[in-house]
Write a protein that binds this ligand. Structure first.
Ligand SMILES: [Zn+2]
Length: 177
């Protein structure tokens, strides 16, 4: 699985997701069946601060509640996990991910409001949280969308950036066709 890169139209915002993390997300989605699932993304920023580099994704905390078209991420165990990632890798909180089973990876209003709240919540220390959504069939034709929600601003959709030399994948970022 190659790494994925997403960019805003003006290239101000970029997100890099390593192939190993994409594989982990697909695995977590497959094991969730027809229910939504999700978690948080951690990592760091490039030296120029223009690229968020995801280095790991959590699974769903055990106090999350979920159904076929809704997911409320819990918090149990996340603080300890974040502290371990910070101590070992210098990773910090970058945003959220979740799964829309067999549905488009388009964020709902609730999804975007949630990210807006996170951007405003000082405790997250994350004024530009990222939202990754996996849609479709995680064992077949899946799709992934990426948005960034800068504090006090509307969500900015990011498009999959593909090196022309790369072989084509079954994936595309939502709305890029
Ligand atoms: Zn959603």
């Amino acid at each position: 699985m190659p790494d994925l890169e997403f960019r805003s139209a003006d290239a101000r915002f970029r997100v890099h997701v390593p192939g190993v993390t994409v594989r982990r997300l697909l695995h977590l989605c497959r094991s969730s069946g027809t229910r939504e699932t999700g978690g948080i993304l951690v990592g760091g920023y490039s030296a120029m601060l223009d690229c968020a580099r995801v280095s790991a994704a959590s699974g769903p905390p055990t106090d999350s509640v979920r159904g076929p078209s809704w997911f409320q991420r819990g918090t149990r165990g996340l603080q300890a996990w974040l502290e371990r990632r910070w101590a070992s890798r210098g990773d910090h909180y970058l945003g959220e991910w979740h799964f829309h089973p067999y549905a488009p990876p388009a964020p709902s209003n609730t999804d975007l409001q949630q990210l807006g709240r996170i951007a405003r919540t000082v405790d997250y220390h994350c004024p530009e949280p990222i939202l990754l959504i996996i849609g479709g069939d995680p064992a077949g034709k899946w799709l992934i969308s990426a948005h960034v929600v800068p504090r006090g601003q509307a969500a900015i959709p990011l498009q999959r950036f593909q090196n022309p030399a790369e072989p084509d994948l079954v994936t595309r970022s939502y709305g890029s066709d």
